[in-house]
Structures are given as structure tokens and as C-alpha cells.
Design a protein around this ligand. Structure first.
Ligand SMILES: Nc1nc2c(ncn2[C@@H]2O[C@H](COP(=O)(O)OP(=O)(O)OP(=O)(O)O)[C@@H](O)[C@H]2O)c(=O)[nH]1
Ligand SMILES: [Mg+2]
Length: 314
């Protein structure tokens, strides 16, 4: 599982230390990325009310005195309509096979649906132990909790999966979830240095922060048609200069992203810049370009160029 870091450079864990990899899977928009950010205590994954926000597998690392959990945030699993969707679903399935535990997150404010059942079937056939987590409990009226929990208990019982309830937004139930996950991990080493919170480089997260603002500022087909390339990052002692290109699929989308007299691009840029400043805790100057790249979501070559490769495993 460890791709780049030499284990020998890690500190020796205290006696009884446990560690392992936990994939967070589920339908789009159930709150997987929000949950991961809360569990590790830092924003490394972008989130939005738009389904299919997450596109890349992303690790978030939680290190406590007793344990290190490496969470693997995955794209929401859904029926794919284009090549990008296929790559994302393939990668989520690959992640399931490569971890110690799967945390299957569902929207606990609505009863189980066909999308959840599809994923449940997928997990039944995998060998990895599964936890079923009902998120968004803050949105669930008390009188509905029992009936909704019953709809999920149907497949939790079938798979013998422990079921827990929480809210990633209010954080209620999260300490308990964390303890339960730690209790099923095996004794193990530090896989990452204790102070590291993600396996992704800053550059990647910068691109995601730009994409997050596009998700928040635009609608309909635009959010899904966008990919970000960070062209250059120049660091000086006082400021970090970032040049990035927003790729869209059509001229009309370019028009929307730029907006009237550049107003939209300016709004996207200034919100993203504020987020980036939090990330690097320093001043950022951000310059954005918009480029039309027809049908990039259909082309395997373009997808790879923009950072969406198929992960290993077929
Ligand atoms: N009220 C409430 N909203 C939540 C909770 N968790 C997540 N959300 C909201 O749900 C929306 C989707 O959250 P994400 O974390 O982006 O969901 P995701 O499962 O990662 O979505 P994809 O990456 O598209 O698969 C956002 O608007 C979140 O703020 C929760 O516990 N309660
Ligand atoms: Mg996500």
C-alpha cells in the first residue's frame, strides 16, 4: 500500500499501536469527503452540494496516540455515462479491494435506495470487512430514524456489518465511529509520518480548490465539464504565485466561467485564492486562464493528461 515513503524513516510506534487503510465509499453526495475532512481535522478533500464532486482517490491520514488510520476518499459510485465516469467507478472498486476496512457511507436522512443496494451487492462479494455508516443524521427527523435505520439494517444484517449513525457536519457520533474503526484494525506501523494529513501534493489540492469554487459558483453541466491544470507555482518568501488553466468542453461554458466582463472568473478566483491561503498559510496570487478542450471527458489521452488515470487492478 505504501508507494513512496520508506518505512525505515518512520518513528517506532508505541506498544499496542494499530494502523490500517479504510476506504470511504458510497453513492455520490452522501458526505464522504466532508466526513473524511472532519475525521482528520483538516480540509484536504473538496466538497459541494453537486453530486460527483470527488474525482480522484485521495488519502486523508489520522494519527492518534493509539493508531494511524489512512482514510481513502473515493468518487461516489454510480452508473457511469461517459469515459470519465467509468474511470471513477473503476477506481472506487479498486480501492475497495486494496484496504483493510470499508466504511460504506449512506445518507441516513433518507431510506435506502437502488443506488445503495447496488453498492451493498458489490461489497457483499468483496472480502474486505465493512462498516455501514448512516451520515447526515442531523437532517433526519427523530420520528423517522427507526424506519430509515430499518431500511439499511436489511443489508447490514445480511452482510453482518456493524451499523453506526453520525453527522459529519455537527460531528455527533464521530468519536464513537473513530473508536470503532480503530478497534477493528490490526497492530501495525506508522505508514506515514505522524504529522502528515494527506498523500497528495499541495499542487493537486490547489487545483481541487479552484474546481470546488466552480462547483459552488456555476450550475448544470458546467461543474462536470471542468478540469483544472496547475501550470506553474512560483514561491517567493512573501507570496506564492499560482498560474492555472480551467479546461471546459465548449465555448458556451467558457463564456459562463468567465462571466460578464470577467465577473464570474474573478469571483471564482478570489474565493479559491482565500482557500489556498489557508492551505499554505501564506499569501497567494492566483491567475486563471480558461481554455476550450472539446470532449476531454471522452478521451482517455486527455483524461490522463488532466490527472484522471485508471488506478491499478485491471
Ligand atoms: N446536513 C448535513 N449535510 C452534510 C453532511 N455531510 C455532508 N453534508 C453535505 O452534503 C453535500 C455533499 O457532501 P460531500 O462531502 O461533497 O459528498 P461526497 O459523498 O463526497 O460526494 P461525491 O464526492 O460527489 O461522491 C455537501 O453539501 C455537504 O455539506 C451531514 O452530516 N449533514
Ligand atoms: Mg467527495
Amino acid at each position: 500500500m505504501v508507494d513512496t515513503l520508506a518505512l525505515s524513516s518512520m518513528p517506532t510506534p508505541p506498544p499496542g499501536f494499530r494502523s490500517g487503510f479504510v476506504a470511504i465509499v458510497g453513492r455520490p453526495n452522501v458526505g464522504k469527503s466532508t466526513l473524511m475532512n472532519q475525521l482528520i481535522g483538516q480540509k484536504v478533500a473538496i466538497t459541494s452540494p453537486v453530486a460527483q464532486t470527488t474525482r480522484n482517490r485521495l488519502r486523508g491520514i489520522l494519527t492518534t496516540d493509539q493508531a494511524q488510520i489512512i482514510f481513502v476518499d473515493t468518487p461516489g459510485i454510480h452508473k457511469p455515462h461517459h469515459e470519465l465516469g467509468k474511470v471513477l467507478v473503476h477506481n472506487a472498486r479498486t480501492a475497495i479491494a486494496a484496504v483493510d476496512v470499508v466504511l460504506f457511507v449512506v445518507d441516513g436522512s433518507t431510506p435506502a435506495g437502488r443506488g445503495d443496494l447496488f453498492i451493498a451487492d458489490l461489497l457483499m462479494s468483496a472480502k474486505t470487512p465493512v462498516f455501514l455508516g448512516m451520515n447526515k443524521m442531523d437532517l433526519c427527523p427523530l420520528e423517522n430514524v427507526a424506519a430509515i435505520a430499518d431500511s439499511y439494517a436489511a443489508f447490514a444484517t445480511r452482510g453482518n456489518w456493524p451499523l453506526c449513525q453520525f453527522s459529519a457536519v455537527t460531528e455527533s457520533g464521530l468519536p464513537d465511529l473513530q473508536q470503532q474503526l480503530i478497534s477493528v484494525l490490526e497492530p501495525g506501523p506508522y505508514y506515514y509520518p505522524p504529522d502528515l494529513v494527506t498523500d497528495q501534493p499541495e499542487r493537486f489540492i490547489m487545483g481541487e480548490l479552484i474546481r470546488e469554487q466552480i462547483l459552488h459558483h456555476t450550475r448544470e453541466e458546467v461543474p462536470h465539464s471542468v478540469a483544472i491544470a496547475i501550470d506553474r507555482v512560483e514561491e517567493s518568501p512573501t507570496i506564492t504565485r499560482v498560474l492555472a488553466t480551467i479546461h471546459v468542453e465548449r465555448d458556451s461554458q467558457k463564456g459562463i466561467v468567465i462571466g460578464k466582463r470577467g465577473a464570474m472568473l474573478k469571483a471564482i478566483g478570489s474565493s479559491a485564492r482565500l482557500q489556498m491561503q489557508k492551505l499554505i498559510t501564506g499569501k497567494v496570487y492566483l491567475e486563471l486562464f480558461v481554455k476550450v478542450q472539446p470532449k476531454w471527458r471522452q478521451s482517455r489521452t486527455r483524461l490522463a493528461e488532466l490527472g484522471y488515470q485508471r488506478d491499478g487492478g485491471g
